[in-house]
Design a protein around this ligand. Sequence first.
Ligand code: TXE
Length: 509
Amino acid sequence: MEFNERQVFAMSQQEAPLAPVGLVHYPLWIDGARVAATTDEALTIYNPATSTPIATVAHASSDDVDQAVRAARNAFFGAWAKVSAPKRAKTLAKLADLIRNNAATLAKLESDNTGKPAGAAQGEVMHAAEVFDYYAAFCGKVTGDTVPTLNQYLCYTTWEPMGVVAAIIPWNFPLVMAAWKLAPALAAGNTVVLKPSELTPLTALALAELATEAGIPAGVLNVVNGFGERVGDLLTRHTGVNKVAFTGGTETGRAVMRNAADGIKRVTLELGGKSPGIVFDDANLDEAVAGAIYAIYDNAGQACNARSRLFVQDGIYDAFVAAFSERAQKLVVGGPSEPGSQIGALITAEHWQRVDGYVKLGVAEGARVLFGGKRPDDLSEGHFYLPTALVDVNNDMRVAQEEIFGPVAVIMRFKSEAEVIDMANRSPYGLYGTIWTRDAGRGHRVAAKIQSGGLTINTPFSSFVGVPFGGMKQSGFGRELGAQTMKQYMEEKSVLVYTGEKTVNPFGV
Ligand code: TXE
């Protein structure tokens, strides 16, 4: 299937008479079909690079959420349970192919909806396809054990899907986050109700249509749009949901955990971060500068694993800061259509204000803006913010401790290995970290002592299919992208079979 905006538009005009004229309207996706919401409410979706509305989506009501969960439950016990594991694998691999075949359309939807550069969106679409391929290979491959511990008993374990998964995802990498959750959840045999961010629902809806084309039965994947406080809240409380897989802010993660507690739902949380980038004196300066720039400014800093706290050792500090400043200011900031754009827009005007507020707070706390700290002079539209660095920062300042989630690096100086380990670990978060050194022993030694779910040494890249990704401390728990991720969507069952000849009659009655 090829998406064609005109087709969707024609369909939507019939289904959503209240949608503002000229805007594409997207309904919900429930039980394998486009479904109008039971309310007339619609959310307007904007292009952050131009601040203009580009679409509307139906806002799910409590009844709609109910209907989606019911559809997912029916499919879990019905159509999806009947699909053999090899067939499930083929279906997910087909979905990966369809994602690739529709890459241009998906990437355009994604960059229009997030304001990110076209090339970045294209790369993310290909990564999403790869994630489906990777987990397709796990269908039917999660096997149990036989446990030879008891005489006269055959004991074995099996792994079963959990049931209905509520996948709640954020706006920074919409399609990728959907793939990280859907692929293992579906490969394990679960069904899903996906709630995209209210800001970026477009690729999730497109993905649901492609899933149907790939042969995934009706009800296996449902998409409900809406605000987190309403639709997300309903999903995390819903008695028909067995597991909540969440990516978002740490504060929201707490609310999700509290809601899930009532039903003892399984929960995995991928939350915020304030990850360190540590540059030792012996680092390759050129590589460390290039890598550190990418690690903080990619996706305009709106990444949970952004290495936003840079710790630079005394001996290399001046040279590093000079080169970092010179080279970061060469980054091309601009909208998806801007040729060569590397840094896109921030997601909303409110978020722009939040990021700018942090920079002002840093200055009030005693930091100095080394570069950036404002909107680019040549971009009057859209929510663009220049790559920014703050120096004269100490590790206790709020800008060094709180997640800014924008293109803002804070740079601090350190003397010794022990000191920087302590500084890096003084954070409520523990998601990622990067170490720049040519001393292999030091690299591994420091990696072992940093309290985070992942570390990279001499590379900014941190998310690869097959490599577990997730946090320690208040960055959450659970791992995505890895082989073990499958088990986070499954339950282990033990079966004990008595094989003895003598009757088992412990009461002797
Ligand atoms: O995220 P939210 P927001 C961090 C980042 C950012 C801050 C706030 O620091 O500035 O969080 O961003 C849904 N029950 N991250 O407000 O609210 C919501 O609709 C259930 C880091 O946009 O956490 C969306 O689908 N769900 C992060 C999803 O949660 C609820 C990525 C994430 O939104 C809900 C995003 C509720 N009560 C932000 N309230 C990362 N780890 O990459 C909201 N939601």
